[in-house]
Design a protein around this ligand. Structure first.
Ligand SMILES: [Zn+2]
Length: 189
């Protein structure tokens, strides 16, 4: 589904959507969906006239398995540069584990770990896509702005004590985000 010119939501990734942004000559994907969706993603891109070889960047919003699920196989097939938040690297690499429900999900649903090629710097732009830090859901969680579209999801906060600090940080960011949403006019939540 084309949300706006050059921005597609890949409907085959229902449950945890992947977005295609046809940014100038460097198409990119935002997130990679639940594990096992590689072929569906490839087929949906092909319908849009995009081959995996065309994908220059894969931007991961955070470390959860439903977002990094196909990162490794898509990386392998496309040669795209994989970006992730620095603070989520230990979770992506599996050296740190989430707590509670996420830990259980992580134990059942496995994703092949991608090689992270680059981490976001403050004020990072990848092509025309701007990274906006939105910690809380995970320590390093990020959102993105492209033109007047904001790729941002609102999450419930973890009840885990150690996550409270980052959850508060997220709350304080929220008003900032609301302003950006108002400016953008269209938000994907
Ligand atoms: Zn998540």
């Amino acid at each position: 589904m084309e949300i706006q010119k050059g921005v597609h939501l890949l409907e085959s990734t229902k449950g945890s959507f992947v977005y295609l942004v046809l940014d100038r000559n460097e198409p990119l994907l935002i997130d990679t969906g639940n594990p096992g969706k590689h072929e569906k993603i490839e087929a949906e891109l092909a319908k849009l006239g995009v081959s995996l070889n065309d994908i220059a960047h894969i931007l991961l919003t955070h470390s959860d398995v439903d977002h990094i699920g196909n990162a490794k196989s898509l990386q392998r097939a496309s040669g795209a540069k994989v970006w992730a938040p620095q603070d989520d690297l230990p979770y992506i690499h599996g050296t740190k584990k989430h707590k509670g429900l996420r830990r259980l999900i992580g134990a059942v649903v496995k994703a092949e770990k991608p090689e992270v090629d680059a981490t976001y710097e403050p004020g990072q732009h990848v092509g025309s896509v701007e990274m906006i830090p939105t910690p809380g859901h995970t320590p390093g969680h990020v959102s993105f702005r492209y033109g007047d579209i904001l790729f941002y999801r609102r999450f419930g906060h973890d009840q885990q004590r150690e996550d409270q600090t980052s959850a508060q940080l997220f709350d304080s960011r929220q008003s900032q985000l609301e302003k950006i949403i108002a400016r953008c006019g269209q938000a994907i939540v």
